[in-house]
Design a protein around this ligand. Sequence first.
Ligand SMILES: Nc1ncnc2c1ncn2[C@@H]1O[C@H](COP(=O)(O)OP(=O)(O)O)[C@@H](O)[C@H]1O
Ligand SMILES: [Mg+2]
Length: 272
Amino acid sequence: MSLEIHGLSMSIGSRAIIRDVDASVADGERVGLVGASGSGKSMLARTVLGLAPVDAHVRGSALLDGRQTVGASDEELADVRGRFAGMIFQNPAASLNPLTAVVDQVMLPLRIHYDLSRSERRDRAMAMLDTVGISNRLARSFPSELSGGQQQRVAIATALVTSPRLIVADEPTTALDSITQRQILDLLVSLVDDSGASLLFITHDFSVLMRTVTRCYVLDEGRIVDESAIGEMGGPASAEQTRRLVDAARRLRLPSGRGGASAPARKGGRDE
Ligand SMILES: Nc1ncnc2c1ncn2[C@@H]1O[C@H](COP(=O)(O)OP(=O)(O)O)[C@@H](O)[C@H]1O
Ligand SMILES: [Mg+2]
C-alpha cells in the first residue's frame, strides 16, 4: 500500500481542520481527493506528508509506503519525502527557485536522496526533462524564461526524478489554460502509470478528476463524506456534496472524455 490513513485528525488551536479521515491509495492506483475550496484537501495532503503548519495538532496514523509520518522527526520526514513521495503544487512558478537553472532544480532531489556523481545526476535530470518534453536548450534556462505549462513540466520532472512510489499532485493544472491543462494531465497520468507509481490527485474540478483517477474520495469540512469509483460518480449520488460536485462537473465537462479522441500530450508544445 502506498498510502494508508487511519483516524487522521488535524486541528489548529480549537479549530478542527481534518476530522477522523480513513483513506488509502494502493500500489499503482490513481486516487482523487475532491472537495470544495476550503474543505481541507491541501491540509490533508500536507498533514500526510508531515507538512502541516507548525502549530497544528495531529492525531491518528498516516503510513507512507509503510512508514509512519505522524510524529516523525524532520529528518525522517525529509528522507521519506522525495524518496517515497513526490509533490506537485498548483503554482509551478512558486515551487521553482527563480535563481536556479531548470536542470539544477531537477538534480537537487537526486543530490539529497541518492549517492550519484554530479555528471550522473545531470544525465538523469536531462533524461527526465526530455521525458516531460523539456529540450536540452530549455533545461539550461531559468524558470522565468518558461511558460506556465513548461514550468509545470519541470515541476513534474522534479517530483518524479527520484522514482517515488507516490505522487501527490495538489491542483497541478488550475493555473493553466484548458489545452495546456489537458496536455499536462495526460502527461502526468502516463508517467505515473509507466513508472508504476501511485497518484493522489487533488482537485475541486470534477472533469479534471474524471480524466485523471479511477477512484475518489469526497472531502467536506475536513471529513470524508463519500467514496466512489469514477464512473459511479455520475450515477445516483449518496451525499449532498457529491451531487453538487457532479452537477458542477457537468457544467465544466471537457469536450472529449478521458481516453477519448483528445490529442496525446505534446512534447514542449509551442502552444504553452
Ligand atoms: N496555515 C494555515 N493555518 C490555519 N488554517 C489554515 C491554514 N491553511 C489553511 N487553513 C484552513 O484550513 C481549512 C482547509 O484549507 P485547505 O486545506 O487549504 O482547503 P482546500 O485545499 O480544500 O481548498 C480552511 O478553512 C483554511 O482556512
Ligand atoms: Mg488547496
